[in-house]
Design a binder for this molecule. Structure first.
Ligand code: GLP
Length: 244
């Protein structure tokens, strides 16, 4: 595991975008695992900027997103499909057919999960998986639990996650109660993982995830066992680690 300290959110975003750019330059047809939430927004903005300057080419890049709310259609402005269009896909030359997100409108949870695992296997696996972290240590939508879910599955969102994500909705009642997410196994099968963490409110959970025991009650702690993890975190997020 390598930890890079960034000064602040913007510096974290630039460093992360540099790592993703390097991946695209070294393997133009790479498979990127992508994340949503507020943390990667600056990274996507930087990638769009470099694309517009002619420094990046997404024409062969393939993507698989971590998760999607169950019940939200592509045109719902709170869906992760919509998020990805707004923040990255519609601004770069990625091909729509090369982008993949779990189908939130599939009501058969088993089918949705199996289909998505088949898509990822068909792509040959993920080269670089981008991750954020929830305040309870969730990655994707893998909530604290007694076990590590292996593959893509449907999950009941915890109240704390619904509370944290209500800022994106008009009211808390509109936040979906379930989501489809890559499993911990799906995430761990990625060849490289890039975890982004920003802000003092993530300092405790980052410390617990990296320095605490590996336990499914802190899902991100599993990353300690992955052979190629890069963490880019800002000073505030690293403040409990005693390394600055
Ligand atoms: C959501 C997403 C996660 C994300 C997390 C943190 O629940 N499913 O993939 O990492 O929230 O979000 P934020 O970056 O806004 O703190």
């Amino acid at each position: 595991m390598k930890i890079y300290q960034a000064k602040d959110y913007n510096d974290m975003s630039r460093k992360a975008a540099n790592i993703i750019s390097a991946q695209i330059i070294m393997k133009p047809d790479c498979v990127l695992g992508l994340a949503t939430g507020s943390t990667p927004v600056g990274t996507y903005k930087q990638l769009v900027d470099w694309y517009q300057k002619g420094d990046l080419d997404f024409s062969k890049v393939k993507t698989a997103n971590l998760d999607e709310y169950k019940g939200l259609s592509k045109d719902n402005s709170q869906s992760y499909y919509y998020f990805m269009q707004e923040h990255l896909f519609k601004h770069v030359n990625i091909k729509e057919k090369n982008t993949h997100i779990p189908d939130g409108t599939e009501t058969d949870a088993e089918k949705a999960a199996e289909d998505y695992e088949a898509i990822i296997s068909g792509l040959g696996g993920v080269d670089l998986q981008l991750l954020g972290i929830g305040h309870n240590g969730h990655i994707g939508f893998n909530e604290p639990s007694d076990i590590y879910p292996k593959d893509t599955h449907v999950v009941d969102l915890q109240e704390s996650t619904i509370e944290a994500n209500k800022r994106f909705f008009d009211s808390i009642d509109e936040v979906p109660r379930q989501a489809y997410t890559m499993g911990i196994g799906t995430i761990m099968r990625a060849r490289k993982i890039l975890l982004l963490v920003s802000g003092a409110e993530k300092a405790d959970i980052l410390y617990e995830s990296i320095c605490g025991p590996v336990t499914p009650s802190v899902p991100a702690s599993i990353l300690q066992l992955h052979p190629d993890v890069i963490i880019v975190a800002d000073e505030a997020a690293l403040s409990k680690m005693g390394i600055s």
